[in-house]
Structure formats: structure tokens, C-alpha cells
Design a protein around this ligand. Structure first.
Ligand SMILES: *Cc1c(COP(=O)(O)O)cnc(C)c1O
Length: 388
């Protein structure tokens, strides 16, 4: 993969825009056609023409080309959120009566999609232990249409063997799709392992500046075209040209940001693992990670996200630790420039909600682009609150 070419030039036809280095934001809803013949042609095939920006927009197209190239797929659709990417992809490939197999404890809105939304339209789902291929195999039914993977998981970092899952699914005529947000295309390219559809919350690493919500689905021309026709044009979750331009800008520095977060996170994870207040650090690149061999086989790194299990299960102590941090923002999401802390204890006992399927002493950290020594010093001072 010629990363430098993809990020700096691919899809950018500068001669069309006065040689402008930065692509123009083509902020238009509508496109004028030369004559009736061109209008008729565009109406027949909106996928390949500029007719209306719900379908195609030149600024958005540059982003589509770059993201498809990064994942090594023929095409990509860019949408207004990661959740929209998951929904559009699933709705685009299933029919009434179909069955979906999904890994246990996926991203919460993926779970809602499969447990609450799709059953209303006659699509059922089974959730399986993703690290056991036999569990996936046993869940296959004659009407299974889709296998939904999320590897690594963004709380527990559980992995699935992507090549084995792709082989199994192919044998049964099942489409595979993966939420690849946690790795970015730099550290994992599922299409090269046989996965059909690769999705991201582009809100996270791809944009990387915490100022846009966006999503992407990458896959073969045929599958992307099917999703475009059956779901994207009907539901209309387009990304605005100005947001696409922001994601394009974010992409320029993706490798630099990923490398900085990766190194800082590893060094902080190792130091946390040796701290008396911490029972275990969950980071796929550490030697004590149970699926480390698989991680090294199918990924080339991990970014700034990892979790730790602290020794205390006392929520007040966990809250004191969280609030004592001065350089970590208390927030969901991740993948931006800023470091974050998310204690799972905070979403226990919410009125009207089930408790999350993760232990109460799990704290997720996201290491951003700040000086890692300052972040470590901050963690060290806050960790005292877990002990006294
Ligand atoms: C954030 C996230 C999503 C949803 O993406 P949005 O852009 O917030 O809609 C999906 N999957 C994972 C793993 C995420 O972290």
C-alpha cells in the first residue's frame, strides 16, 4: 500500500480546481445537467453521476476513494456516522426472514440495531462468543445471511480469527462484515483476510480531531452498489461536503497520530500493569494478553485505546480516581487528539437500563497526542485515590 500517495494525492484532480492543493468543498445540494440526454443518463444511474448530493458529491468522493484504497477494497460509501454505517450495511444485505450472527457485546448501537430495530422487520440475530469458531459454526442456520464481527472489541479487546471466520462464512454463503474502528486501516486490513465489508466510525481515528461524526463502509463494487441502492439512497445518511473536507484533513496525519498514540499507550499500559492499584491491563500488544498470538498474526499494531481492571470494585474510589485526573477528559468516544477516561462503573445502576456486560472495575483509557510523561504523572497522582 502506497500510504503516502493515498493520503496526499489519490482521488484529487487538482487541475480541475485551479491547482488548489487542498480540495474544494463543493457545498451544493444540486447539480445542473447540460441537456435532457445528460439528465436522463444521470437519472438512470445516480451511482455514477452528479445529480444530487444525497447520492454523490465530488468532495465526498475524494474521501470515498481514499478510504477504499486504505482498506484495499474496490469502493467505499461515506455516511454521517459510524452507527449509520453499521445500519446501512446490515439493512443493505439482509431481507425479511434472514438471520444474523454477531459477536457478543458489540458496540452498543450495533446491539440495539440487531436486538430492537431489525426484529421489527423480521430479521433475527444470535450473539456468540467470538473467540470460538465452533460457537459461530453452531449458530449457523439455513437462513443466516450475515456474520457481524468486531475485532478488537473496544472495551475488552476480544478478537476473532478473521481469516477463519471469512473461510467458514464463505463455505455457507454468508456475508461477513467487521467493525474495524478500533484498529484503523493502518493496523488491520480485514478485506485482505477475506472479510467482505469493513466499517469504521470515522469519528474516531480517521478524522481524529473530535470535531466530526462520520462513518464509512468499504467493500466490493457489487456489495457497495447494493447497499447504495437498497439502503443509502432511501435512508439518506450522507456526510456533508464540509464534514468530508474535515475528515480529509484529518486523514493527512493519520499515520503520525496513530504512531504517537500507539507508542504512548504501550508505555503507559506497561507502567500501569506494574502499579499496585491495578489488577490487570488489557492491551492486545502486551505479553499477558490471552489472544496475543492472534493479534500479532492479523494486526500490525494497536492505537491509543486500552482498558485496565483496578483492584477495588468500590465505585466511590473509582469515581475519585477519575475526577482526580487533570489531563484526561471524562468522556465516551476516543480517537481524537485528547486523552480520555471512561470508568464502566459510571454506567452501572442507570435508571431503566441494564448494567453493562463488563466488570464494574473496568476503566477504559484513551491516550491521545499529549506528552506521555505528563499523562503518566497525572495517572500516578490519581491512582492514589484507588488505594486509600
Ligand atoms: C463510536 C463507535 C461506533 C459508532 O460510531 P459513531 O460515529 O459514533 O456513530 C461504532 N463502533 C465502534 C467500535 C465505535 O467505537
Amino acid at each position: 500500500m502506497d500510504l503516502s500517495h493515498i493520503l496526499n494525492h489519490l482521488g484529487e484532480d487538482r487541475e480541475q480546481y485551479f491547482g488548489a492543493v487542498s480540495p474544494p468543498i463543493i457545498q451544493t445540494s444540486n447539480f445542473a445537467l447540460q441537456d435532457i440526454a445528460h439528465l436522463r443518463e444521470a437519472m438512470l444511474d445516480e451511482y455514477h453521476h452528479h445529480l444530487y448530493s444525497r447520492g454523490n458529491n465530488p468532495t465526498v468522493e475524494i474521501l470515498r476513494k481514499k478510504l477504499a484504497a486504505l482498506e484495499g477494497t474496490e469502493d467505499a460509501l461515506v455516511v454521517s456516522s459510524g452507527a449509520a454505517a453499521m445500519a446501512i450495511a446490515v439493512i443493505g444485505v439482509v431481507q425479511q426472514g434472514d438471520h444474523v450472527i454477531c459477536v457478543q457485546n458489540p458496540y452498543s448501537w450495533t446491539r440495539h440495531l440487531l436486538t430492537e430495530f431489525l426484529p421489527r422487520f423480521g430479521v433475527s440475530a444470535t450473539f456468540v462468543q467470538g473467540d470460538q469458531l465452533t460457537a459461530i459454526e453452531q449458530a449457523i442456520r439455513p437462513n443466516t445471511r450475515l456474520l457481524f464481527l468486531e475485532s478488537p472489541n473496544t472495551m475488552t479487546f476480544g478478537l476473532q480469527d478473521l481469516a477463519a471466520c471469512a473461510r467458514l462464512a464463505r463455505q455457507h454463503g454468508i456475508i461477513t462484515c467487521i467493525d474495524n474502528s478500533c484498529s484503523s486501516p493502518l493496523y488491520q486490513q480485514p478485506a485482505s483476510l477475506g472479510i467482505d465489508l469493513v466499517m469504521h466510525s470515522a469519528t474516531k481515528y480517521l478524522n481524529g480531531h473530535s470535531d466530526v461524526v462520520a462513518g464509512v463502509i468499504c467493500g466490493s463494487s457489487a456489495l457497495i452498489r447494493q447497499i447504495f441502492d437498497r439502503a443509502f439512497m432511501v435512508i439518506g445518511p450522507l456526510l456533508s461536503p464540509s464534514d468530508a473536507a474535515l475528515v480529509l484533513r484529518g486523514l493527512r496525519t493519520l499515520p503520525l497520530r496513530m504512531e504517537r498514540s500507539r507508542q504512548s499507550a504501550l508505555s503507559i499500559a506497561d507502567r500501569l500493569a506494574n502499579h499496585p492499584a491495578v489488577a490487570r491491563v488489557i492491551h492486545p500488544w502486551r505479553d499477558d494478553f490471552p489472544q496475543q498470538e492472534l493479534a500479532h498474526r492479523q494486526m500490525s499494531g494497536t492505537g491509543g485505546l486500552f482498558s485496565m481492571l483496578v483492584r477495588t470494585e468500590d465505585k466511590d474510589r473509582i469515581y475519585r480516581f477519575t475526577e482526580a485526573l487533570e489531563r484526561f477528559l471524562i468522556a465516551v468516544s476516543w480517537g481524537g487528539h485528547e486523552s480520555l477516561v471512561f470508568p464502566i462503573a459510571a454506567v452501572y445502576d442507570l435508571p431503566g437500563h441494564d448494567n453493562p456486560p463488563f466488570p464494574v472495575n473496568l476503566i477504559r483509557l484513551y491516550i491521545g497526542l499529549e506528552d506521555p510523561e505528563l499523562l503518566w504523572a497525572d495517572l500516578k497522582q490519581a491512582l492514589r485515590h484507588l488505594e486509600d
